[in-house]
Every structure is written in C-alpha cells, then in structure tokens.
Design a protein around this ligand. Sequence first.
Ligand code: THG
Length: 264
Amino acid sequence: MFIIGERINGMFKDVAKAIKEKDKSVIQDLALKQISCGANALDVNVGPASANPKEAMEWLVKTIKEVTDISLAIDTTKQDVMELGLSLCKSKPIINSVNANEEKMKTLFGLAKKYNASIIGLTMDKSGIPKDSEGRMELAMKMVASCVECGIDMADLYLDAVILPVNVAQPHAKEVLKTIRDSKLLADPSPKTVLGLSNVSQGSPAQYKSLINRVFLAMAIANGLDAAILDVTDKELMDTLITAELLVEKQLYCNSYLEAYRKK
Ligand code: THG
C-alpha cells in the first residue's frame, strides 16, 4: 500500500493556525511524525479558509522541504496553486487532484509531464460525483483514455472513486468498493486506485470515526486498493492496514508480522 499522510491540511485547526502565524515547527513536527508512522508521501492542502492560497502553499512546501525529501501530494483545485507547489517539489510529486472534465485533464496532464508527477484522478466531473459505480466507471474510463492520449504511464495514475461520509451518503460506500474492483479491468497494466479514507467517517460521532475508517479500509484492501490518504498516526488503523494486506497476501506472514512491517 502506498500511504499518503493526510494531516498537513488547513482543514485541521492546528495547521490553519500554523499557516496564519507562519509557525514552522508545527508543520515540520507533523511531517516527521507521519513519516515515522509509515507515510510514503504527505498530502499538502492549505485548507478552505486560506486568504492567500499561493503564498500558503509555497510556505508549506518550503517548510516541509527543510526537514524531509519525501514525495508531496499537492492537494488543491486551483491550477496556479498546483503549478507553484509542483515547481517547488524535490522528489516526484503527486497531483491531487484532477477531475474528469476534458479541459482540466488536458491542462493538468500537461503539468504532470512537465514536473514528472503522478496523478490522482477523481471519478467526478462538472455534474458532481455519480451515485453508482457505473457512473464512476464511465469517468474512470475517460481518465484512462485521456492519460493514454497524453502519453502518461498507467503506473502514474491513481483513480480515486471518491468516498463520501457514510452518515449522509450511505449507499455510496459499496459503489466505491465496486469501482475499486472494476478499475483494474480498464487497462493492462491497470491503473492504481486510491481513496481519501477519512471522508467516510466525517460527521459521524467522534468515538466511531476510527472504527469506521478501519473497517472501510479493510474492505477496500480486500477489493484491491493500492493507495490511501489517511491518518497514519492512528495505530489501530495502521494495524488494520497491515493485517488486511497480510490476508490478501500483499505482506508475507510471520508470527511477528506487525513488528516486522514496522521495522522495514
Ligand atoms: N480524495 C483525494 N484527496 C483528498 C480527499 C479525497 N484530500 C482531502 C481529503 N479527501 C482527505 N483528507 C482528510 C483529512 C481529514 C478529514 C477527512 C479527510 C477529516 N477530519 C476530521 C473531521 O473533519 O471530522 C477531523 C478534523 C479535526 O480534527 O479538526 O475527517 O477524498 N484525492
């Protein structure tokens, strides 16, 4: 599993405050903590409230770069913020994200080539997120076709079926699982799949969030999930991830498999 740490996101109050006050240590501690917990990349999102998203993205990426070379997933819908973020990255960046609108795909796949970036492609377009897996698959197909046209390697495409909060969109979870399964059939070699896992528990009672996240992660892994944006600091979630991968034979079994995984 390719693990992307979700925590450097202005949606969290401590991050929003750190951006406002230019408090580097908060961001750098979050970067190093997520890496020590097993992150392979870090999501970077200035959050919805940022007054100057370009300046905030530049400060975040530069601040993180002072303490680590890890890959960054530049998480923004604004094209100028995306390009600025990508241009500052040291290691292979990830474009988070591209939707299935023709013009969006053309421009952002151009940026992917320019900066040698991987791509997270959302199965949504101008009309929003389809309600079932058929609708999501149509958009996934468009994304794959557009990648092939632009000469983008399938290995660099992560399809995101976009999970919504279960408290308000309960029927979506099983459609997302089916989309993850079916995405594998779109091309050979197949595109990869990713989820923004914590969306699923947003708005549910605090005492159930972690449980909902870990059960859905195990289900998604059983359906072939390759990558996830998640809370790497949640130890029970990470134990679930490792165990689910063990049971689908993506990790080798030994009696101390959790310890062995963490020593890697
Ligand atoms: N797909 C892709 N990128 C994404 C998402 C996705 N990026 C953003 C988001 N979704 C994934 N990241 C988060 C981060 C936090 C939460 C959800 C998704 C979250 N936070 C808690 C809440 O809002 O209840 C806690 C907030 C707090 O403690 O202040 O749920 O789907 N490609």
